[in-house]
Design a binder for this molecule. Sequence first.
Ligand code: FAD
Length: 487
Amino acid sequence: MKKVKGMRTGAQFLESIREDGRQVFFDGELVKDVTTHPVFQGAAHSIARLYDVAADPVNGALMTIPSPVTGDPVLRCYQIPTSAADLAARRAMSTRWAEETFGLMGRTPDHVAGFLTGYAAKPSVFAEAGKQYAENVTRYHGYARDNHLYVSYAIVPPQIDRSKPPHKQSDPTLYAGVVAERDGGIVLKGAQQLGTGSVFSDALYISCIHPLAPGDEAYAFAVAVPCNTPGLKIYPRRPYAAGATSAFDYPLSSRFDETDSLIVLDDVFVPWENVFCYRNLQLCRDQWWRTPSHSYGNHQAQARYATKLRFLMGLTKRLCEITGVDPMPPVQIMLGEMAAYATIVESMLQAQETQASVDAEGVVWPSKSALYAVMALQSEINPKLLNMARELAGGSMIMLPSTVKDFDNPAIAADLDRYVASPGFPSRLRTQVLKLVWDLIGTEFAGRHEQYEKFYGGASFLVKQNMARAYDFKAATALVDKALALT
Ligand SMILES: Cc1cc2nc3c(=O)[nH]c(=O)nc-3n(C[C@H](O)[C@H](O)[C@H](O)COP(=O)(O)OP(=O)(O)OC[C@H]3O[C@@H](n4cnc5c(N)ncnc54)[C@H](O)[C@@H]3O)c2cc1C
């Protein structure tokens, strides 16, 4: 493949994480090489494909910008936006990548890149805690950008006992926290969730987005560590590729299971230059809300979600064509309702850009009200859309050949050709489409996706509180006052 000079290719990405000493465990054993292991290699190659798309000269203008330091092309998701047009360009880049995974990989390299870019856009917030933190956050962003890094994150404490703050858990080293300070850095111990993509990423950002209280200072930190750091252990849940018997039968589970992991830190040493927040409750909170990190990261998340909905709409339309119900008015009404939700999500994504604001330091913020409006509704819209697709599918996505091998047996294939076919959709094609539908809305992979859309941006009660903070209640209550003045 021809590539843009200096860009990282998929092969280079795979080579760099191959047997690099990372501790990933599966089935009770250490995984030697996540790029070739049968349950991980599909997703590893999907991430590699993203790097190839970005390195392809045809996509140069879309996917890259010149590094402000080296002048070499780097991933656009690391660009600090200075205008609404820059935000739109970020969206276009993320949409292109999302199309490659049909919106089914949430924590692709552009997600945490958005957070790192948000921190680097506001070093002043970090400087309030000490100028070294501002320098560290700026330097790390430049390092990640100029080396095309894939960073994942674990920023939520494990659900051990949510009734107590971190320092009051039965053991103070259950939740990830600082246990020692050395000349060159700090030592971390404990666990953090839910490292999506950490099996494959170059580095992990570890911090805490949950509210912390006085007494929790040891848990109020933010660091970045390479995934092969000694003492860092990555425990993924069961990968769905493990049950994906073939790419034909499980076209999505076999390729796009980005994995979710418990991250355990066993006395992990972090040098000071990779520490961005240290024992500081205020900065630990401010990094999410007084910088555009959460906004940039979730602007990407919405570009990904809008793409996934377009895929769901396409598949739902196709399955209605297969079963022949497509032109029926009640079906058209359901498709129209689904399309309305999909269009709202797309439009709210663009509204984040058209309603963007610029702060006193010249930093561009996507509209928070547009972002949180769609995120707050996502946990309700998404199951509704899946339910409508199920309603329209009937038994079509169930009544399918057991595996692709059925087509190899002429006697079985004859029956399939006769009874599992529709006008315009011979048996194999019909089966192929409907296996895609099942993998999107019915399999274990699909179930995880439903949970992902509910929780990827935090529990919905928290997202709705973000919305309550973003909404212009002043303007709303001013109208009430105006009405009162009439009486
Ligand atoms: C598939 C998936 C992938 C994810 N990927 C990542 C990732 O890559 N990195 C990352 O850091 N995070 C990730 N997350 C998000 C994350 O780790 C949490 O799941 C999410 O923030 C919700 O927190 P929780 O699971 O601890 O739920 P909890 O906070 O324990 O909430 C669960 C439920 O308990 C109730 N509840 C809890 N607390 C309260 C309260 N104070 N008041 C009222 N009700 C309450 C609510 O009903 C809530 O929905 C991911 C989540 C999922 C599901």
